[in-house]
Design a protein around this ligand. Structure first.
Ligand code: BGC
Length: 755
């Protein structure tokens, strides 16, 4: 039997069994019913074939080792006889990981834009590139909330708050799904890296549903096609076999209609248990299920009904997305095309968060006036480094990377940009002293934080490896690789930082490296006009040095156009519009405990700004904070109740000297919420506006009921409590100038219904 079939083949779309089902759906048949009609024609072997990746394990692993991950998608569930296209997976989130693709700023940076429209456009660009490399499923909607900034993969998510993360993830999903299917990951509570294959997360129902799941639900409501289960276990069950999550919550409660895939290779431990639990496809190879399911079926440990449910969900999703996936794929030249690079630059500029901007000789240091600059020093080893982020599954092999040195050089034309690597601190300081301004670029690389595979965390998992590959399948795979070696990767210039897997893992410290702190001190002492740019995937504790420099910018792993984007903000071409998607504590001790090798951990309702506020710890920089180059005033804000929730309306007026960006944030909660159980205030909604000096923009922030609801663990449901809700219209979570509104939700309002 051959299983190869490609999207667009006659067999997949217009003829054959699957083609007939496609036509039936077009004529109004329910996709589930149409999927059942396809299922009825499938042999037992074909049904099982759909339950895992199509590639042989050992041959596939060998290909990965030689860069295959960046050359071709992972196919699954293709069946030529019936014209079933299956799907072809490529990862993200900072772009498409196959081919010399556009590398966007990491998700955390995009979270700092608070710009859902931009994220949707990025999703569309990624969708186009995905299709150009032959993939149909994008694995880059990563939305685990940032529970602790040490998490190695912090950069892959959007921040610490469920509402904010959910809106950004939904926007990415909307954009991608104009061209392909999207996969949201990792369900659930996957927020530690080194111990991800070991750790069991104990979490109570209220915390799970109010803190760790709302953003997944938001993206399910957006229509995401696929969910990926996490590696860790939750409440004693591995997520790939966790019926409470994959069936009771995802399907029964949320009504998810797509299919669930496992995380890669070690995503399940017991194949028979995973099927009735609700995991549809084991990824990416023929592994545990190919080995164990036939026997389990014979022994009646699982039933064919369990198998058929999974196959039906998969087929129904492919039918639902057939029209999207049939659209012609763009050519390979769409990868890193000028339009997508411009989008990457826009995102980089919008993501930079100005944390501090003090006057030097009477004027705030930023924005810099290009006309007054003859020589600019860029100091630090990261200033001229291709430093795009993690070296694991999210690694995009971009064809170029604009460093800070490149970006400032390009924007400053005649001005001399002096790059000083900072190895010799004395030389860096005296070099900086001879310049009009010094930009010190400090922080991390993929060596310090990122995805982690290795050490003791995986050694014990070798027992999950299956026996030898089916020789025919292995041969076919080897032949297909020889026939199509994939895109030309020679365009992806490595630069000084090696490409490929890096140790990464959870961060060992939330502070900068000692050399970086020493460099900042020396340069700031030599040149009072010093700006520090921090490259990191999440919060860095800066208390030891930030008061000694006039300007500090969180500038992230800002993508292949990152240097241009930072220059746009430092020089004021673009307003400083980024806002923190997490809290920066003044002391690590204010955060929840984080033990990177823990094999058991308990998650509750408290992390991030909620925890700091509960404990009365002032943050160094609050959640939602960022300085603009202009000023804004909120005018005539009011809150009303309508059928869908609370609506906050008002006008945001730019009262300063130039065009700029404001991010209005509404925080609040029920007056009676007991701070012993849950934060008294949450982020309820936000709106990002850009406006000219003097102009006002009308803002409408809709707060749907589900953001106001609380989980009732007795009923396993939700309720919006009637009574008074107190809302703060603010610029960040600790804004002393917030405008306070109250609104009463009456017992007779729709809000009092049980959701
Ligand atoms: C990661 C996933 C990723 C998968 C495939 C795994 O190691 O945890 O996030 O989607 O690899 O690249």
């Amino acid at each position: 039997m051959t299983h190869d079939a490609a999207i667009g083949d006659d067999a997949t779309g217009d003829a054959g069994t699957f083609g007939r089902a496609v036509r039936a759906v077009a004529e109004g048949t329910d996709p589930i019913e149409a999927a059942r009609s396809v299922l009825a024609t499938m042999t037992p072997e074909e049904r099982l074939w759909c339950l895992d990746g199509d590639l042989p394990f050992w041959a596939g692993l060998g290909d990965l080792g030689t860069g295959g991950y960046h050359k071709r998608p992972f196919p699954a569930a293709r069946l030529e006889r019936l014209g079933i296209p299956g799907f072809a997976f490529s990862d993200g989130p900072r772009g498409v990981v196959i081919g010399p693709a556009t590398c966007f700023p990491v998700s955390m940076a995009r979270g700092a834009t608070w710009d859902v429209d931009l994220e949707e456009r990025i999703g569309e660009a990624i969708g186009r590139e995905l299709r150009a490399v032959g993939a149909t499923l994008y694995g880059g909607v990563c939305v685990n909330v940032l529970r602790h900034p040490a998490w190695g993969r912090a950069q892959e998510t959007y921040g610490e708050d469920p509402v904010h993360v959910g809106e950004l993830g939904a926007a990415l999903t909307r954009g991608v799904q104009r061209h392909a299917m999207a996969c949201v990951k990792h369900l659930a509570c996957n927020s530690m890296e080194n111990a991800r294959f070991l750790v069991d997360v104990t979490v109570d129902e209220v915390s799970l549903h109010e803190v760790f799941l709302p953003h997944f639900r938001r993206i399910v409501d957006e229509g995401v096609a696929v969910v990926m289960s996490a590696y860790n276990s939750v409440n004693g069950h591995w997520c790939g076999e966790n019926g409470a999550l994959l069936t009771e919550v995802l399907r029964d409660e949320w009504g998810f209609e797509g299919f669930v895939i496992s995380d890669w290779i070690f995503g399940l431990r017991h194949a028979p248990a995973s099927v009735p639990a609700g995991l549809d496809v084991e990824m990416p190879y023929r592994m545990l299920r190919a080995r164990d399911l036939p026997g389990a079926l014979e022994r009646h440990e699982i039933s064919w009904d369990d198998v058929d449910r999974a196959v039906t969900r998969l087929l129904a999703t492919l039918l639902r997305f057939h029209d999207v996936l049939r659209t012609p794929s763009p050519g390979i030249d769409v990868l890193a095309c000028a339009e997508h690079r411009a989008l990457a630059r826009e995102a980089a500029a919008k993501s930079a968060v100005v944390l501090r901007n003090e006057p030097v000789a009477g004027t705030p240091l930023l924005p810099l006036d290009p006309a007054a600059l003859r020589r600019v020093a860029v100091v630090g080893r990261l200033g001229a480094l291709r430093n795009l982020g993690d070296g694991g599954s999210s690694d995009v092999w971009a064809p170029a990377a604009v460093t800070v040195v490149d970006g400032l050089g390009a924007s400053l034309g005649g001005t001399e940009v002096v790059a000083l690597d900072g190895e010799d601190v004395g030389a860096a300081a005296s070099g900086a002293a001879s310049c009009d301004v010094a930009v010190v670029v400090v922080g991390y690389t993929r060596q310090d934080e990122g995805e982690y595979i290795g050490g003791d965390s995986t050694a014990h998992l070798a027992e999950l490896f299956p026996g030898p590959d089916d020789p025919d399948l292995a041969q076919r795979f080897t032949d297909s690789v020889a026939a199509d070696p994939g895109p030309d990767m020679s365009r992806a210039v490595p630069g000084p930082e090696p490409m490929g897997f890096a140790p990464g893992g959870d961060r060992l410290s939330l502070r900068l490296h000692a050399e970086d702190e020493a460099l900042i001190a020396a340069v700031a002492a030599a040149n009072p006009r010093t700006v520090v740019a921090i490259v990191a995937g999440s919060a860095v504790v800066v208390s030891a040095w930030d008061r000694h420099v006039p300007a500090v910018v969180q500038s992230w792993y800002a993508g292949m156009e990152g240097g241009h984007g930072l220059a746009d903000v430092l020089l004021g071409t673009v307003d400083a519009g980024g806002r923190l998607p997490f809290t920066v504590p003044s002391d690590e001790a204010h955060l929840p405990p984080f033990e990177r090798d823990a094999d058991a951990v308990t998650y509750g309702p408290w992390h991030g700004w909620w925890l700091l506020e509960r404990d009365g710890h002032a943050p160094a920089y609050p959640f939602g904070f960022g300085l603009s180059y202009t000023t804004f005033r909120c005018e005539a804000f009011a809150a009303t109740v309508d059928d869908d929730g609370i609506v906050v309306r008002g006008t945001v007026r730019n009262t300063g000297p130039r065009r700029g960006t404001d991010v209005v944030q509404v925080y609040g909660g029920h007056q009676g919420w007991d701070a012993a159980n849950r934060p008294r205030r949450r982020l309820l909604g936000f709106a990002r506006v850009e406006t000219d000096a003097g102009s006002g923009v009308d803002v409408v922030i809709a707060i749907p009921w589900d953001r106001l609801a609380v989980r009732d663990s007795e009923r396993h449901g939700w309720a919006v409590e009637p009574g008074v809700y107190v809302l703060d219209v603010a610029r960040h979570a600790a804004d002393p100038a917030a405008l306070r509104l109250t609104v009463e939700v009456a017992g007779s309002e729709p809000a009092s219904r049980i959701l």
